[in-house]
Write a protein that binds this ligand. Structure first.
Ligand code: ZN
Length: 1087
């Protein structure tokens, strides 16, 4: 499904803008162009949005497969999700993450197939005998007829010291059939007693007649295996069955990470165990075979065979087994070189050559840039990039042979060279550039220096993600920076919810736990954010030097985070105190979640209390606080319950530094670049592997660099910043310089990844500052304030304070901040859309939505700003909905409705605007006034595919009972939970249509009990995303009661979901009749 989306995204022409840094050039050209071009941009932008909408639907539709059919997956998920509790309470109920359910997953190799046929325990192999070299001779001559490979392997082993051990253990996948086996010591046969397989651990065990002695052994095996078998992970095949007569395999590419090398050859399959490899492959002459290294040229070799030949590859440097890679197929190549002359070759199929132009041009640029930044030359003699078909992840960084899924790096040049392609081109080049940069960074982080154990995978993925932003920000600083903060926001949100907040470093006991740990947020983003934190703590200059030291010292070796720390300066400055860097960061690595910091001020005596704890979401959902709220309970407004009673500690105050905001670190001169390759250290150090594995226990205490700021840029004192370490749970102190009417801002510029809560008055002072002059607060901090205010206030007893804060957005001029504002305002309207306050809320936000419109128009003259919309295109769809709901002129509902009605099948550039307007038109007019559109929709309900999906979403906006009933029937007859959820969460409307929902639930009620039970997964402790979205899309108590009547037994967890929703909906109605009602009745100028 990703492929559908990706292949439909348009187009590039001329010099790629990333390559020649023409971001600015594009802007200039844009400005010179006429207004026509402005609309051209919007056109393209929307085209992408529309594709996105289709894409979303495809995901939703796909989810159903996991729901109705695959019981197996369900079992697997149940087993692998880290379940600890059995007795559930209301606090175990988690609504779907806002926007988190169906966002576009990163096109990195995080996107994994969850299909694991078997799970196996990960058991570390004994260290008394380890491999240092493999000779692998593969025979691919039959792979294209019966998916069969033969091989001979010689594993060169070193036994350390005489021992009593008389067993050799190695990894062996179940698909490998061993034909012959022999063990030698010093050229002589060494007798084995028995050989047996341990399937559950995917191990082979050889028992020996005599104990192992110190010295070198060789283990030889002849084996065969089938590949491209659905049940065997490890080798992906691109099958071509065009011939009808028989299945014909034309190519395959391997992906052995994390624990699949054992399915390709018997080996010591642990990332820390590095060895060298000599590889040769026999294959049909018509195919090209690729591996990590270049083939050895054999100019004098006489080739007698017509059909087959053997390609021999140069020996590899010491490397981990998971990085070994092969590709075979009828590829064509596109060649270029890096500045240093390293050949960079893109391999693809003849028909796809044109779409690889950008990849070919950009890849060497990234390699040059990484060499410059890291001051270590790329260590292999060549880089191959292959655009594979049917590869199940976006990219895999195999050393020297990077494999990409075709669509993730393909980009077809347009037929015309027109400026209106600029935005799309920038977006697509950014998308591809990120992926190339990520896999290229791995050539150093992961391939040259490898984590010893999967539990510290962030040493690979965190660094690779970090360097994506570093590499991409030289030509696309605005997009790269915004995307970083957008990911940070997603991380903070996910890590605030108990079922999403995994620690970065944790024990991984099974293969599937390792597979699932490749998580876009919990691994990639968290790793990147914490590496960035580390950099900010030691300064950019020191960080760069430390990274170079780390890579040089550990080249060809495996490491733990201790090796990273030993390359860094031992101490970190923050304020006057130094702290040990590893001590500071340990909590951030091993603790689950992220901390939240609370500032409580005493306005009478200028005392402040700053405390920390792990984010506890239910504390800020006031409807979860009371044990049992009865209907009609009024929630009282109260000051924070935080107890700031810790005694005043004078010493804490001594170390404070005070400096003006604009004071910068001194710039140190850059050092001369070194260019020598790093020394190759001994093949492998057993002692290195013997170091104890350190995972660390999660605690709830962090060492937090606290910075707070007060004052105004307008006064002579300016803004004052103070810094100190928060190591305890709570500190209290006085700061006499702060006057009671000044706001205090913690974590200015959103530098470190923690949430900040304040006492209510300080929240109010901050909101007031935003209203009076939002530029007093840095734009990154404005993003954090919007995010944190939503978290702490929106579900509290004081949602009006959050509403007041958001109101400042009417003056917001920074596009990046407004994009956060769009999410926040949209969600607020959505929560209250079924209440009587809906109208008042829309009126209140009208100037904010107008300002969003204004910024959208402004962004259209600057290609780089415009492409920010494409970071999450659904934001544009939200804006369309909001401006229609608020009745803004820009909705143009009549105009667009007519346009759509005239040609509903013509998916023109503004089709998303059209359908949003149609929905609004249907909802706000009487059935008679929109008779023609209704008839049109009625007739289209029998269509199929995307056209049908669009029709049902539109029909659901109408008030025509006959049409609504028919639509509800059509939706429910799909038997697709994801389609139901999608219909209830319209992509085109912020309106609440109770009649449609009533009919939909009523149709669902007619299903059999078996189907309803499956739909809601009542028997499971893991409610699938689609079911959860379905349930939590409910907006009123009446609707909830209707659903409750669908089944008699909902099971313990779903019963709790009902209780949760009941409390929540009561809260919605109570605050809208209480504090929110008062808020709208009051004079806001005195707020
Ligand atoms: Zn990666």
């Amino acid at each position: 499904m990703n492929a559908t989306f990706k292949s439909m995204v348009p187009v590039c022409e001329g010099d790629p803008c990333i390559r020649n840094g023409s971001g600015a050039g594009a802007t200039v050209r844009f400005r010179q162009e006429s207004r026509r071009r402005k609309s051209d941009f919007a056109r393209k932008c929307i085209a992408v949005i529309l594709l996105h909408a289709i894409f979303l639907f495809a995901i939703l539709a796909a989810l159903i497969i996991g729901h109705w059919i695959s019981e197996e997956n369900q079992k697997l998920n149940n087993r692998t999700m880290l379940e600890k509790k059995r007795n559930f309470t209301i606090l175990d109920v988690f609504p779907p993450l806002a926007d988190g359910g169906f966002g576009i997953a990163e096109q990195l190799h995080a996107v994994r197939s969850n299909k694991l046929s078997t799970d196996a325990l990960l058991v570390p192999l004994p260290l008394y005998i380890l491999p240092y070299h493999y000779d692998l001779q593969l025979d691919f001559s039959q792979f294209d007829t019966n998916l069969f490979i033969r091989a001979n392997i010689s594993i060169h082993l070193e036994s350390y010291g005489n021992s009593t051990e008389d067993e050799i253990q190695f990894h062996l996948g179940p698909n490998i059939k061993i034909e012959r086996m022999r063990l030698k010591k010093d050229g002589k046969k060494f007798y084995a007693k028995t050989f047996k397989r341990e399937e559950s651990k995917k191990l082979g065990r050889i028992s020996l007649r005599d104990p192992l002695q110190k010295g070198k052994y060789i283990l030889e095996m002849a084996y065969n295996m089938t590949i491209c078998d659905e049940d065997v992970d490890g080798v992906r095949c691109s099958l071509d069955n065009q011939t009808n007569s028989s299945l014909k395999s034309t190519s395959f590419t391997t992906k052995l990470e994390p624990t699949l090398a054992r399915a390709f050859f018997p080996c010591w399959d642990e990332p820390g165990v590095k060895a060298t490899f000599n590889i040769s492959v026999k294959h049909n002459k018509k195919y090209t075979v690729l591996s990590n290294m270049s083939p050895i040229e054999q100019p004098n070799k006489v080739d007698w065979d017509d059909q087959f030949k053997t390609t021999v590859f140069q020996p590899t440097p010491p490397m981990s087994t998971y990085l070994l890679a092969f590709a075979i197929g009828e590829f064509v190549k596109l060649e270029t070189r890096t500045e240093r002359g390293i050949p960079v070759t893109v391999w693809t199929y003849p028909e796809d050559v044109m779409s690889m132009k950008f990849t070919l041009e950009y890849a060497p640029v990234i390699f040059d840039r990484l060499e410059d930044a890291l001051e270590i030359p790329y260590p292999l003699p060549k880089v191959d990039l292959i655009a594979a078909r049917n590869f199940h992840v976006g990219g895999m960084e195999n050393w020297g042979l990077i494999v990409f899924e075709f669509a993730s790096i393909a980009y077809t040049p347009p037929i015309t060279d027109h400026v209106n392609e600029t935005v799309d081109r920038m977006y697509n080049e950014f998308r591809i550039g990120k992926l190339i940069a990520h896999e290229a960074a791995h050539q150093w982080f992961g391939n040259l220096v490898t984590m010893r154990d999967w539990s510290e995978l962030f040493l690979n993925e965190g660094f690779a993600t970090f360097y994506v932003y570093e590499m991409m920000s030289s030509e696309r600083p605005v997009t790269a920076q915004f995307e970083y903060y957008d990911s940070l926001a997603a991380l903070v949100s996910a890590q605030s919810e108990e079922d999403h907040r995994l620690s970065l470093v944790r024990e991984l006991a099974t293969e599937s736990q390792v597979e699932l740990s490749f998580h876009p947020t919990n691994l990639y983003t968290k790793g990147c954010v914490l590496i960035r934190m580390l950099r900010d703590l030691v300064s950019d200059f020191d960080f760069k030097a430390a990274v170079r030291r780390y890579l040089r010292k550990n080249a060809y070796r495996s490491v733990s985070r201790d090796d990273l720390f030993s390359s860094l300066s031992a101490y970190a400055d923050h304020g006057a105190d130094k702290e040990k860097l590893n001590y500071v960061l340990e909590g951030w690595f091993v603790n689950e979640g992220l901390p939240e910091v609370t500032l409580i001020r005493n306005y009478d005596n200028e005392m402040m209390t700053i405390s920390q704890r792990k984010t506890v979401h239910h504390e800020y959902r006031s409807f979860l606080k009371d044990r049992k709220p009865a209907a009609g309970v009024r929630y009282r407004a109260s000051r924070s319950a935080e107890d700031g009673s810790t005694l005043f500690d004078d010493t804490l105050f001594e170390g404070y530094t005070e400096r003006r905001k604009d004071k910068r670190r001194k710039h140190r001169p850059a050092r001369r670049k070194a260019s020598t390759p790093p020394p190759i250290s001994p093949i492998m150090r057993r002692d290195e592997l013997r170091k104890p594995r350190r995972v660390g226990a999660s605690q709830d205490l962090w060492t937090i660099p606290i910075t707070y700021m007060f004052g105004s840029l307008k006064t002579s004192e300016g803004q004052v910043i103070r810094e100190f370490w928060l190591k305890n749970r709570t500190v209290s102190f006085g700061d006499a310089e702060i006057s009671p009417n000044q706001a205090v801002l913690v974590n200015p510029e959103w530098k470190y990844p923690y949430r900040v809560n304040y006492d209510l008055l300080n929240w109010k002072l901050l909101a007031r500052t935003l209203h009076q002059n939002h530029l007093e607060i840095n734009d990154k901090s404005r993003m954090q304030l919007i995010l944190d205010a939503e978290y702490f206030l929106s579900n509290s007893v004081n949602p009006h304070l959050y509403l007041y804060l958001l109101g400042y957005l009417a003056h917001e001029t920074k596009m990046e901040v407004m994009l956060f504002g769009i999410d926040a305002v949209y969600r607020f309207i959505d929560v209250f859309k079924a209440t009587q306050l809906n109208k008042a809320i829309l009126v209140y936000f009208e100037p904010v939505i107008s300002q969003m419109d204004h910024l959208l128009n402004e962004s259209q003259v600057d290609a780089e700003t415009a492409s920010l919309w494409l970071v999450r295109p659904e934001r544009l769809a939200k804006l369309y909905q909001m401006r229609c709901a608020a009745g803004l002129h820009s909705c143009k509902n009549e105009y667009y409705t007519q346009k759509w009605s005239r040609s509903p099948d013509e998916w023109t550039e503004d089709v998303h605007k059209q359908v949003t307007a149609v929905c609004h038109q249907l909802f706000t007019n009487t059935p008679e006034e929109v008779k023609t559109v209704q008839e049109l929709l009625d007739s289209r309900l029998s269509s199929s595919g995307a056209k049908w999906a669009l029709t049902v979403q539109l029909a659901a906006c109408s008030h025509n009972q006959k049409l609504l009933r028919k639509t509800a029937r059509a939706i429910v007859s799909t038997k697709n939970a994801a389609v139901y959820a999608s219909a209830l969460q319209s992509d085109f409307s912020l309106h609440y249509n109770p009649t449609f929902r009533k009919y939909l639930w009523s149709e669902i009620s007619k299903m059999s009990t078996f189907e309803k039970t499956a739909l809601f997964s009542t028997n499971s402790t893991n409610i699938l995303p689609a079911s959860r979205i379905l349930l939590h899309s409910v907006k009123t108590i009446d609707e909830l009661q209707q659903i409750r009547g669908l089944l008699t037994n909902w099971g313990p967890l779903l019963t709790l979901h009902f209780e949760y929703l009941e409390r929540y909906l009561l809260w919605v109605s109570s605050v809208s009749q209480g504090v929110l009602h008062q808020f709208f009745a009051a004079d806001l100028s005195n707020f």
